[in-house]
Ligand binder design. Structure first.
Ligand code: GDP
Ligand code: MG
Length: 454
């Protein structure tokens, strides 16, 4: 298939993959074959994943920002397509370098719908933990867009939250009350997780940044992260006169994400937004932006993507590997494809199922491996039973001591499934082993007789 972005820039060897889009009648179309290949690439699949995404209204500079993020990433991390770092000491590049990457534009037409993933994957080996990490970049579109209905909006936001570990909510001017409502899904989901009261009771999502563009109230709250932090505190504050639903959404936003931050960006300057006097096409270079904006942009991107800030995607505290992550992503995409918006409860149940199935698979694998290791040493039927019991106990112990998602009922249900799988394996193993033992015994008997006759 022809990539959507044919004019590949020399230093950014990738292109945008529109993995999920809306049809004219607002149905979700999934095209994730290339994404699957990307996440199952031999150099990627076993790495822990950091999905970085941005979401918000169209024509508010999301893709524009992401393209500068790509410059940062190509400068600091090797990627599958570009193993050499590009200009790490001067990652923003030349003043007049045209901006490339995700397509961004000044026209009024909507350019990006659904979820677009950059086709290249960035690799990082964490010095502190030794963890091998893969970073992917996603551009999402749909929120507050006149063309995308409310249903589309909430679907895309919910998906964005489910599949990211660093999510930027791109807002213009100020944070408005109705924009907080878009976080409703995340908060509903968090309620189920909290209700389960499992031993961990961890927050279900990782980092969320409210990014406010074109900030003008710098006298009240300064540009950047510090001003953002005081501003965030003011709008997340729960006040007595607020309606209950507003109080509750604030409460749960705090309980849903491991980290909430806010950054306030100045206006980028007339050249960036285009004006009547200056009709010549602007190519995205930073030389023509306001100086203050360039400074804040560089600080922001460094804060979002520097190695020590990379946050791994977790489901129930388990850090997902890239190939495993694709499994979740595919499941969620298909769930959201139905006419009805799936309820948070359904999504939560599916997440529990997926998480617990992965756990019982690894416990089962351990049982089978134990059997393999001891098989050679077995000489009697009694030993078969002993090896089975020992291995089963080990597998159940692993299950018992692992982090589990869901409530007591889920726990019992999946423990039973594991036991059943093990017993089934045992039955067939017992059959073959006993036959083998019999054959060995017969062989021994024959040899003995032969020896006696001689
Ligand atoms: P997207 O639809 O949100 O992805 O927006 P784009 O990245 O395609 O950018 C739309 C327009 O906004 C372009 O003309 C950009 O030059 C411009 N733009 C980029 N950053 C900013 C910003 O911080 N403020 C404003 N007002 N415009 C911006
Ligand atoms: Mg865009």
């Amino acid at each position: 298939m022809e990539p959507a972005y044919k004019d590949k820039p020399h230093c950014m060897n990738g292109y945008p993959l529109n993995v999920l889009k809306f049809s004219d009648d607002d149905k979700i179309i999934i095209q994730n074959e290339e994404l699957k290949e990307m996440l199952q690439h031999p150099k990627v699949k076993f790495r822990k994943i950091v999905p970085f995404s941005i979401i918000g209204a169209y024509r508010k500079g999301k893709s524009f920002l992401l393209d500068y993020c790509l410059r940062y990433l190509y400068a600091h991390y090797p990627s599958i397509n570009c193993p050499n770092l590009i200009n790490p000491d001067n990652w923003m590049g030349a003043k007049d370098e045209p901006l490339r990457g995700f397509s961004w534009r000044s026209g009024a037409t909507r350019d990006t719908t659904g979820i677009i993933v950059w086709s290249d994957v960035f690799l990082h080996n964490c010095e502190m933990t030794g963890e091998k990490i893969a970073i992917i970049v996603m551009d999402t579109q749909g929120l507050f867009d006149t063309l995308t209905t409310a249903t589309g909006n909430s679907r895309i936001f919910a998906l964005g939250t489910l599949i990211s570990s660093i999510q930027v909510l791109n807002l213009s001017g100020v944070v408005q009350e109705d924009q907080l409502q878009y976080l409703q899904f995340a908060t509903e989901f968090a309620k189920f997780a909290a209700a389960d009261k499992n031993e961990l009771n961890a927050k279900p999502f990782q980092n969320l940044m409210f990014l406010v563009r074109d900030w003008v109230n710098w006298k009240d709250h300064d540009y950047g992260l510090e001003g953002g932090s005081t501003y965030l505190n003011t709008f997340l504050e729960i006040k007595p006169h607020q309606k209950d639903e507003l109080k509750s959404v604030r409460q749960f936003i705090k309980e849903s994400f491991e980290e909430l931050t806010c950054s306030l960006l100045p206006h980028p300057g007339d050249r960036v937004i285009g004006n009547k006097k200056n009709q010549q096409m602007y190519d995205g270079n930073w030389g023509e932006m306001d100086e203050e904006f360039v400074k804040e942009l560089a600080i922001l991107i460094d804060h979002l993507l520097k190695p020590e800030r990379l946050v791994l995607k977790k489901v129930n505290q388990n850090k997902l590997q890239a190939a495993e992550y694709f499994g979740y992503l595919d499941e969620y995409f298909h769930l959201f494809q139905s006419e009805e918006i799936p309820e948070a409860k359904t999504i939560y149940e599916i997440t529990v199922d997926k998480n617990m199935n992965t756990l019982i698979d690894s416990c089962y694998d351990q049982y089978v491996q134990n059997i393999f290791q001891n098989e050679e040493l077995i000489e009697t039927s009694d030993q078969i039973v002993i090896v089975h019991r020992m291995s089963k106990n080990d597998a159940l112990l692993l299950y018992k001591t692992s982090k589990k998602m869901g409530n007591k009922n889920h726990d019992l249900k999946f423990k039973d499934i594991l036991s059943l799988k093990i017993e089934e394996y045992y039955k067939s193993w017992l059959n073959t082993s006993e036959t083998n033992l019999k054959e060995i015994e017969e062989q021994k008997e024959k040899t003995r007789k032969l020896f006696q006759e001689k």
